[in-house]
Design a protein around this ligand. Sequence first.
Ligand code: NAP
Length: 283
Amino acid sequence: MYQILDGKKVSQRVKDELKETVASLKMKGTDPGLAVIIVGNDSASRVYVNNKKKACEYIGIRSEEYALPEETTQEELLNLVYELNNRKDIHGILCQLPLPKHINEETILNSIDPAKDVDAFHPVNVGKIMIGDFDFLPCTPAGVMDLIAESGIDLTGKECVVVGRSNIVGKPQAMLLLHKNATVTICHSKTKDLKEVCKRADVLVVAVGRAKMINADYIKEGAVVIDVGMDRDENGKLCGDVDFDSACTKASYITPVPGGVGPMTIATLMRNAVTAAIKQSAQ
Ligand code: NAP
């Protein structure tokens, strides 16, 4: 019998803790501020930005939205980032991806002051995650770690398999698992015998972007299964990379989509914004 790892519930707990932290920061004169930049009219990006703003409002973080038109030039966007980097009342800066094609994402992400980089995408912060000495948590992978912790599993010596090697999910996920002393395997589109590799996993984290690709055949009896995917099924309904109905016959713990990893990503982003404010107010 499986149990659900409830991202809504865990993220609510994180947000409630942050709300208390922010209240006490404000009493001491620090008013955490997050700048949220969105360029163009991507509808999914708009939903993500609205959810992030809603979380800020709940916790008490001041959010400033910069909604720029599609035709914004790279130079204009860079100038905005530089201006925000220099503002003492803005502690965190996030630039919603994807950016329009004429803007180089790497150039923009690298221009954000690493001390304000709440998405932890800047190479300085990526490097710090690699060596295990970091201020900002990579948002989705750290949210996954919180959900794994909910299962009560001790990761020391456990076989963990991460399917996907993107810079924002798969690679940092593997690092966080490694820091917890798991034995980690990373799979990707060129992996041979994916099914057999996945079946070794005590903890299986899937971040592929293919609807319901992973079913019970890929899962060891009793494994913890974490589904990062946010896909659409054949009827256009939101679903994950894991075929939930099949996988839950083998899993001991499993995340739903929606209501699993998604809310945890936002909770971690909020935690990073609060961390940024604490660090900068101490300077
Ligand atoms: P991505 O950059 O497209 O990376 C996908 C990875 O999956 C790549 O490493 C790719 O391998 C691998 N892959 C693709 N097909 C495969 C196959 N048949 N077998 C094995 N590996 C395969 O995607 P991402 O940004 O990591 O996102 C992955 C999913 O998570 C998406 O559905 C995305 O929407 C979702 N997501 C959710 C959240 C959240 O908050 N819930 C956050 C971020 C992403 P190669 O490297 O060899 O191409």
